[in-house]
Write a protein that binds this ligand. Structure first.
Ligand code: XIL
Length: 309
């Protein structure tokens, strides 16, 4: 699951449940550029050091999210007057410093996050606009050099359905692989709802990624309820539908070739922890309710004896 560093420190109820129910964490915020390198050459490693220590003591996997993203980029990094080589050097220094610092404690990384648009074109980010599409391979090369043992992922949303975005990602990553760039897996964020994507779409998308030889990480799974239901009976029905949706996702993941099953990461612990709640959205997308009590979705997975991350 996505681990909140503040709740980890100040809510025993939160972290006791997290370590009881999950065997892999992704830092929700503290590895993002604006947090970890807020000023040039000033790296804020204290929070990730505490989280790495917490996970190491309990033999819990910690997945590195995310090295290069277009959001949460500190202002100093994205100065529009910077020359392409400067931007490239900043990006490589950022990746190299962080991956080396976490070497041996974080063994897998979302190297690049959300680099494509829904139509399959490259997203216009500071990285792309200044240095072209080559920043993607540069980022993976830099991470591989910094920690040759780490598994390296491309992470994005909208890859849960066949279409121009998934096609573009697979074409580009296969091209980079053919050129000798190591890309071990693809993270499908899996921010889904009760009825989108359709089951056959998700199955086909996973088939295409699996057939291309990538590990699959359902990297930010949440299943949002479509409306703020006030009707108690309707709410209960939605929670049952949500449990069936979660069961489908886990069964689909477990149908993948075992060596391509990297993991399933829930994007938060309780509904209150969800990033979707930040927009005052009655999404109620996770396995535990606001009192950290298990919801029908949790029970459905337990009945499956599902393996969770
Ligand atoms: C979100 C976090 O959950 C929020 O707490 C934060 O304010 C913004 O970022 N896709 C991603 C994640 O790759 O990093 C985002 O996480 C959610 C969307």
């Amino acid at each position: 699951m996505a681990l909140d560093n503040e709740k980890l420190k100040f809510s025993e109820k939160y972290w006791q449940l997290a370590i009881k129910e999950f065997n892999s964490f992704s830092p929700e915020r503290i590895l993002k550029a604006s947090f970890i390198q807020p000023l040039p050459e000033q790296f804020a490693f204290q929070e990730i050091d505490e989280m790495m220590r917490f996970c190491a003591e309990r033999h819990i996997r910690l997945h590195g999210h995310a090295l290069i993203w277009h959001r949460e980029v500190p202002r100093w990094m994205q100065h529009k007057h910077r020359q392409p080589k400067e931007i490239s050097d900043i990006m490589c220094r950022h990746i190299d410093t962080i991956v080396k610092h976490c070497k041996g404690k974080i063994a897998s990384w979302d190297v690049v996050n959300e680099a494509f648009n829904d139509d399959g074109s490259f997203r216009e980010t500071i990285w792309f606009n200044k240095t072209g599409q080559g920043y993607i391979e540069k980022a993976f090369q830099t991470a591989q050099t910094a920690d040759p043992a780490a598994l390296l992922f491309y992470n994005d949303y909208g890859l849960e359905v066949p279409g121009p975005k998934l096609n573009a990602v697979l074409v580009h990553l296969r091209k980079l692989r053919a050129e000798g760039i190591r890309i071990d897996g693809i993270g499908l964020q899996m921010h889904i709802s009760l009825n989108s994507p359709r089951e056959e779409e998700l199955k086909e998308a996973c088939r295409q990624i699996s057939d291309a030889g990538f590990r699959l990480h359902f990297s930010e799974l949440d299943v949002r309820l479509n409306t703020a239901q006030t009707n108690i009976k309707k709410k209960a029905e939605l929670l049952i539908t949500q449990s069936e949706r979660y069961r489908f996702v886990f069964q689909l993941f477990q149908s993948l070739p075992p060596d391509q099953q990297f993991g399933i990461t829930l994007w938060g612990l309780s509904d209150n922890d969800s990033w979707l709640s930040e927009s005052s959205y009655k999404a109620r997308p996770l396995l535990f309710d606001n009192q950290y009590l298990p919801k029908p979705a949790y029970c459905a997975l337990m009945n499956m004896n599902a393996v969770r991350n």
